[in-house]
Each structure stands twice: as structure tokens, then as C-alpha cells.
Design a binder for this molecule. Structure first.
Ligand SMILES: C[S@@+](CC[C@H](N)C(=O)[O-])C[C@H]1O[C@@H](n2cnc3c(N)ncnc32)[C@H](O)[C@@H]1O
Length: 605
């Protein structure tokens, strides 16, 4: 009888993305798509692109996934560049270098990654969508120009303009509000924007000459004259972002007025009064907190429905609040005891860490040729660390060998990234239909460890309450390495030296058996026990070995597969094989999946 368990089909987020991204093509619009239409707004006629409902649904969902895949590929590219930067002093990772990288030259980007720029609803990019760099916006096709506030469509999109408006003049498609040069009138519904040009970009950004009516400035006037709305992006500082900035899509604005003015130094500047289109989706107050300011302000965000200040009872470095705005009266999560690290069942013996497990590096491991832990990872370091991002896994692997108790390096070594405890402010919250769930109040960068799955480390064949227990995680590292069942190997170009590993068997029959050990979080567990399943998850499961080399007893750590904005539910793919769960009556058990994603498999198992 197969038991409920997880980890059968651990997705390979980045590898899978690499294949799929090749299929991404510029969006082909059908005839009914993108027809000129007059939309009533604030008493005026506005001319903008309008998609029929069905095509918004079809393209919107498909494009959303393509966008996610493109951004994953971009993140992989970024982390690989950071690795290169660490190895060679001549390589510096800048946003522009990311775009100019071989995989991402602009022409290839246009063919493979540009999702199509429109003047209205941008497929795949909803109001509130956050970008972490200009390169992300560029590669997603959201903007076409690297610099400047206003992205006029004169150069690349004349054909589109002709199709759309019958004109060949420039139109602004997107504009960036940096919060630096705008007038004080910005209440999220109305903005007075100062045009572009004439400022010292290299030194202090001050106005050094008059602005002229070229490019973006002219384009914005055309928007006003011809009633074409412009997509507004707001830029904010954000410590978690690798560029130090976050760019939030704030929807469509109409240019209602423009005029020439004098700035404090008496140079001529152009001013544009913009009003947000009321019929477009609004940022909800929660989103405004989380997206407009780039991260959740803990003062503004008072955690409605707080039922427990810290489910870890002070065990974690960062408290984990629980909220419940669903039940009446609201209840707190119960029926388990929080444990920060794995508890080993009495009849399980964890191998002892011996000197030959450890590396001899001093302080931090940097030399991939001499560090014995790096050698086990295919003569490479699996993590990179930049600034204070705490370390990020470049790509999902069959297994990651981290430094451990026998290593001579210190606790700050990047090759101990998953051992540093919680780094993000997580919240357990009650959902309408899936019980408890987890989200983060902080931005989580892709590749960052989110939490380890803790519980009691048990032999799988000794579980007693298996049919009622939803919290069992089977440790299937060995199965992934050997592509047993539906599991797929990760990172095919990295071969793990099996001579180092314990728990391996050459006996085919034995190796095909179900995982021998599992982590049972039914009674003892941590925040990971509340993370739900999704068919399009934003986390992935990574097996990690740090204090021993027995793959059957590997640690299980959840990592971010994407850049995850605040307030988004955290999920991973439970990876059940279909029809693999058998009930006490011998019948196959089914559990419908309600993750709600476009590509939902409709069944957990
Ligand atoms: C590890 S627990 C996750 C936390 C759980 N929601 C809770 O309230 O404790 C796994 C259980 O959550 C529920 N669950 C998680 N993801 C789900 C999904 N996508 N669809 C339906 N139920 C889900 C199922 O009942 C599953 O057995």
C-alpha cells in the first residue's frame, strides 16, 4: 500500500523553464484582439486597446506563465553572472550587463521573450505587478528603452501605432514615476509629472538646461491630444531587491493637461497632469501597502485577525504571527508543537559527522578546486551571495552538499546558506478553503532558502497514524538522483560523486522501494507544515546534506523559485504521483486540488 507522502515529482523549476522558454514567441493577436475601441472614462472619450474577454483570459493566463518563465530564466542568468563576478574581478554584475549577456541580447529577446507591448491591458502584467530591475521590464517587453522616464513607442512600434491609431507619431506607452522629480501632487490617483531631459544624469540629476519637446515629452503630449492612456510604473527603494529598487505597475493614467514651466533654477521644464483611469482595477489597500511602498510596512499593516503573535513561541529569530479573518470566532493553529529543527525518532540513527566529511577552508569557502565540499557539488559552489542577500541557490540540484560541523570554515560561510534560520517575516493565515497557509510580509528573492521542513525523522514503514496525517514528507533524494518513478534528475551537467554518499544501494529491487525515511510534522513541526500545494508553485524542494552524507536522511529545505512579492501565498508542488495514495480499505484515494492556477492538474493525488 502506498502511503500519502510527498516529493515524488519534485519539479525542476529552472531546467523546466529553460526548455519552455524556447517556445515563447511574440504574442500573435487574432483579428478581434486589439481593435480600436472607445472607452468612457471620467466623462471623456478615450481611445485605447481593448481585448475581448475571451482573449484576455486566453492570452492573459498563457502570457502570465510565459512572463514567469522568462523572469525565472533572467534570475538564473543573473545568479550565474554573480557567480562569474565572484570568480573574476573583471566581471561586474550590473543591470545593463544582465541585458547585454549573451543569452539576453536584445534581438534574441525580441524574438523569444518579448511578450508584446500594448497601450492598454498588458497581458500577464496585472496592476500591482512588481519588477525588480529595469532589465526585467525590458526583457518582459514591458519597456523598450533602458533609460528615461517616458518610454515612447516611436522607434519600434510605428507599425503598431499605424494599425492602432492610423498615425505615425510617437505615443508614450509606459512612464516611470521615480518620486524624485514629480511635483508634490501624487495621491496615487493624480500625478503632476515633470518631463524628461536637460538634467545631469551622471552627477546629481539636477536640471542643467531647458527641456525640449522631443521623444517622451512630445509623445506624452500626443497621448493627451489623442486620448491615449499611458501605463504608469512607480519606482521605490527596496533593500531586498538586487538593484535596490522595486518597480510597481500602477495601471493606466490619462494625460489631462500639459504646460511649460520653470524649475527652481529657471530652466524650462514640461509638466503633465495625469489622472488614473477609474474603471481600471484599483490597488486594494492591502496591495497598496505591499506594492506601492515596495514592502509591507509593519506599522501600517496591523495584521488584521491576529490570533497568535508567534507560533514558534520565540524559537525562531523572527516571530511568525498567525491571522484568521475567516472563522467566527477566529481560532489559532493548534494540535502541534513547534520545533525549530528536526527531531530524530528513537529507532533512527543519524550518522555522526566525521573529520573526513569536512573541508579545511579557513573562515569562508572560496576555492572550488581545493574545498572538499565544493568538489562534492561537482567542483562548484551551489550558492552565491551578493551584498546582504544571505545567499541564494543558483539552480535546483539532486542534492546540495553544505559545509557542516566537521568543516573548518565559519558559520558565515556561504556554503551553509540553508542553516541560517528564518530570514523573512512569514505569516500563517487562514484561507477560505485550504485551511492554513503561509505567506511572507517581506520580498523573497529567487533562490533564497525560505524554511526547512522539520518534524520527527522516522522510518516510513513505522508510521502509525498515516491515513489521518497530512504532514508527512518522504525523503526521496535518492529517487530523484536515480530518476525513479516520476522523479526527474536535476542539473544533468553536475555529477554527484556517489563514492561519498551513504545509503546508496546497487540492488535494483531495493532502490525502487518507497523512500525509507520521512519527516512527520503531524505532531511536531514548524512553519513549513502549513505550506500548501500549488501546480504553479513559487517554492521548490531541495535536499541538503550538511552534517552527514546519508541521502536517505537528507534535510529538506524549501527555496524560492521566483522573486516573491510580499503577501503572495507560498506554495510548493507536493508532487504526488497520480493514484499513488491508497486508503485503509485498499481503495485509491483522491484529493481534488484547489490551487486555482491556470494549469492546475485538478488533483493533488
Ligand atoms: C501540509 S498540509 C498544509 C497545511 C494545511 N492547509 C493546514 O491547514 O494545516 C497539507 C494539506 O493541506 C490541504 N491542501 C494543501 N494544498 C492544497 C491544494 N492545493 N488543494 C487542496 N487542498 C490542499 C490538504 O488538505 C493537504 O492534505
Amino acid at each position: 500500500q502506498k502511503r500519502p507522502g510527498r516529493g515524488n515529482d519534485q519539479k525542476r523549476p529552472l531546467d523546466a523553464v529553460k526548455d519552455q522558454c524556447r517556445e515563447v514567441r511574440p504574442r500573435q493577436r487574432n483579428k478581434t484582439d486589439g481593435e480600436k475601441e472607445t472607452v468612457r472614462s471620467q466623462g471623456d472619450d478615450l481611445r485605447c486597446m481593448c481585448y475581448s474577454n475571451s482573449s484576455v483570459d486566453n492570452c492573459g493566463k498563457g502570457t502570465f506563465l510565459k512572463l514567469k518563465e522568462t523572469l525565472r530564466l533572467l534570475n538564473l542568468h543573473y545568479l550565474s553572472l554573480v557567480k562569474e563576478e565572484k570568480r573574476s574581478k573583471n566581471v561586474e554584475v550590473s543591470d545593463i550587463r544582465i541585458v547585454n549577456g549573451s543569452k539576453f541580447n536584445i534581438s534574441e529577446k525580441n524574438e523569444n521573450f518579448n511578450l508584446g507591448k500594448e497601450f492598454d491591458l498588458l497581458p500577464g502584467i496585472k496592476v500591482g505587478h512588481q519588477f525588480w530591475s529595469r532589465s526585467q521590464m525590458l526583457l518582459a517587453g514591458f519597456r523598450e528603452h533602458w533609460l528615461g522616464g517616458t518610454d515612447d513607442c516611436m522607434r519600434k512600434s510605428n507599425r503598431k501605432l499605424e494599425e492602432f491609431l492610423g498615425h505615425t507619431f510617437s505615443i508614450a506607452a509606459t512612464m516611470l514615476l521615480s518620486g524624485e522629480s514629480e511635483d508634490s501632487v501624487d495621491d496615487l490617483l493624480e500625478v503632476v509629472y515633470t518631463g524628461q531631459g536637460g538634467n545631469d544624469l551622471v552627477f546629481n540629476n539636477r536640471q542643467v538646461k531647458d527641456q525640449d519637446t522631443h521623444l517622451g515629452n512630445l509623445a506624452l503630449k500626443h497621448n493627451m491630444d489623442h486620448n491615449v492612456p499611458v501605463s504608469v510604473i512607480r519606482r521605490q527603494d527596496c533593500a531586498h531587491s538586487y538593484t535596490g529598487k522595486v518597480y510597481t505597475y500602477d495601471g493606466l493614467y490619462k494625460v489631462v493637461k500639459c504646460w511649460a514651466d520653470k524649475d527652481v533654477s529657471e530652466f524650462t521644464v514640461f509638466k503633465y497632469h495625469l489622472k488614473r483611469l477609474q474603471q481600471r482595477p484599483k490597488l486594494s489597500s492591502k496591495d497598496q501597502v505591499s506594492t506601492i511602498r515596495g514592502k509591507v510596512s509593519k506599522v501600517v499593516y496591523a495584521l488584521p485577525g491576529l490570533v497568535c503573535k508567534d507560533i514558534s513561541n520565540g524559537q525562531e529569530d523572527i516571530c511568525i504571527p498567525a491571522t484568521n479573518v475567516i472563522d467566527n470566532p477566529p481560532v489559532a493553529p493548534s494540535g502541534f508543537t513547534y520545533i525549530k529543527s528536526v527531531k530524530v525518532a528513537e529507532n533512527v540513527i543519524l550518522p555522526r559527522s566525521t573529520a573526513d566529511h569536512g573541508c579545511n577552508c579557513k573562515r569562508i569557502c572560496t576555492n572550488r578546486r581545493s574545498c572538499s565540499c565544493a568538489k562534492r557539488n561537482g567542483s562548484d559552489f551551489p550558492y552565491v551571495r551578493r551584498r546582504r542577500d544571505g545567499g541564494r541557490l543558483i539552480e535546483a540540484r539532486d542534492v546540495v552538499f553544505e559545509c557542516g560541523p566537521s568543516c573548518k570554515c565559519g558559520h558565515g560561510c556561504t556554503n551553509r546558506t540553508s542553516q541560517q534560520g528564518l530570514k523573512y517575516q512569514l505569516e500563517v493565515f487562514r484561507t477560505k478553503d485550504k485551511g492554513w497557509a503561509v505567506r511572507s510580509l517581506d520580498f523573497i528573492p529567487s533562490g533564497a532558502p525560505v524554511c526547512e521542513y522539520t518534524g520527527v525523522l522516522r522510518r516510513t514503514d513505522e508510521l502509525d497514524n498515516v491515513y489521518e496525517n497530512d504532514f508527512i514528507f518522504e525523503i526521496d533524494c535518492w529517487h530523484t538522483m536515480n530518476e525513479i518513478g516520476v522523479r526527474e534528475k536535476r542539473l544533468c551537467n553536475v555529477s554527484v560523486s556517489t563514492s561519498d554518499l551513504v545509503g546508496m544501494t546497487n540492488n535494483e529491487e531495493e532502490s525502487e522501494r518507497e523512500p525509507e525515511y520521512c519527516i512527520d510534522a503531524g505532531v511536531y513541526g514548524n512553519v513549513a507544515r502549513f505550506v500548501n500545494h500549488s501546480c504553479e508553485p513559487n517554492l521548490f524542494v531541495q535536499c541538503v546534506l550538511s552534517s552527514h552524507h546519508d541521502v536517505r536522511l537528507a534535510r529538506v529545505v524549501l527555496f524560492a523559485a521566483d522573486d516573491i512579492p510580499p503577501m503572495q501565498e507560498l506554495t510548493y508542488d507536493y508532487g504526488y504521483e497520480l493514484d499513488s495514495v491508497v486508503g485503509p480499505d485498499g481503495e485509491i484515494k483522491k484529493m481534488p486540488c484547489i490551487c486555482g492556477t491556470a494549469d492546475c492538474r485538478k488533483s493533488l493525488y
